[in-house]
Unconditional design. Structure first.
Length: 278
């Protein structure tokens, strides 16, 4: 059914004007926002994430993260820093990050983009296949140019020279162009180069330093929302589980071999982030 205001032209007469001055119709702006949202590559599982539907409970650090996410939306694009959400799996980091991305795209008509970090790196690698027609630049250019980028699960990829250099290229380019980025990570931010499960070791010293400059770190823990198999949990259920739950550490993912090498004094991890403990 045609729009009653613009008859699908995208333009309507501005209210209160007798001179025939026109302006963009709301239906046109809605269509642009929906097109931008479709291009943001948000996975179907997270397509309807909103901060208003995110169930919270009396957890000060979680509430601080949600409040900071709301302020980010309100002030975008005039934001000084991006966000880095840190904590164990299942506590809502991706929900918060995607909710911010969705709202910024819909309300500010910004060009946004979502990538799981492992999927992004895998997609870039696939361009090195000589039979593919997609080039590395074809993948990297939208990532560099997005007005808001969400990189999910930072540090999950096994650290290698190539991973570190590629991620540093993306992060430094966005930093220099003053384009905000929202990251999530399961790895704890502890300043210990000997801890193979720390964010510092997983992403490398250079990138960790850059993240400190370009992001506000929001680290929190809590019960796993995925443990509630029968629908979304209530605030009361989450609060009760949070009170009963021991304060768990973030997941350990380093290999047995790597830990053994550290115990034997062989601290060279074989990647350009440096020597652990050096």
């Amino acid at each position: 059914m045609p729009c009653e205001h613009c008859h699908d032209t995208g333009w309507r007469v501005a209210p209160g004007q007798d001179s025939g001055r026109v302006e963009r119709c709301a239906c046109w702006r809605h269509g642009v926002a929906q097109t931008l949202l479709s291009g943001a590559l948000i996975p179907p599982r997270y397509r309807n994430c909103e901060l208003d539907t995110f169930v919270t409970y009396p957890n000060p650090r979680l509430l601080q993260a949600v409040e900071r996410a709301r302020r980010f939306i309100d002030t975008f694009p005039v934001v000084d820093k991006g966000l880095l959400l840190i904590g164990p799996p299942g506590i809502g980091k991706t929900h918060i990050a995607v909710a911010v991305l969705r709202q910024v795209v819909l309300e500010k008509s910004a060009r946004g983009l979502y990538y799981d970090t492992r999927h992004l790196l895998s997609t870039i690698r696939s361009t090195y296949n000589p039979v593919t027609r997609t080039s590395e630049v074809d993948i990297l250019r939208p990532v560099m140019d997005a007005e808001l980028l969400v990189l999910d699960d930072l540090g999950a990829e096994r650290p290698t020279d190539w991973v570190e250099e590629t991620m540093n290229l993306i992060v430094n380019t966005r930093y220099n162009d003053r384009r905000p980025t929202i990251f999530t990570s399961n790895y704890e931010d502890i300043p210990d180069p000997e801890n193979l499960d720390s964010l510092l070791v997983r992403v490398g010293f250079r990138m960790h330093s850059r993240l400190r400059e370009m992001c506000e770190f929001l680290e929190y823990s809590g019960p796993d929302y995925r443990d509630f198999v029968e629908g979304a949990p209530t605030s009361e259920e989450l609060s009760q589980k949070w009170e009963m739950q021991p304060r768990r550490k973030l997941p350990a993912r380093s290999s047995v071999r790597a830990r053994a090498r550290l115990k034997q004094g062989k601290s060279d991890l074989g990647w350009s982030g440096g020597r652990a403990g050096g």
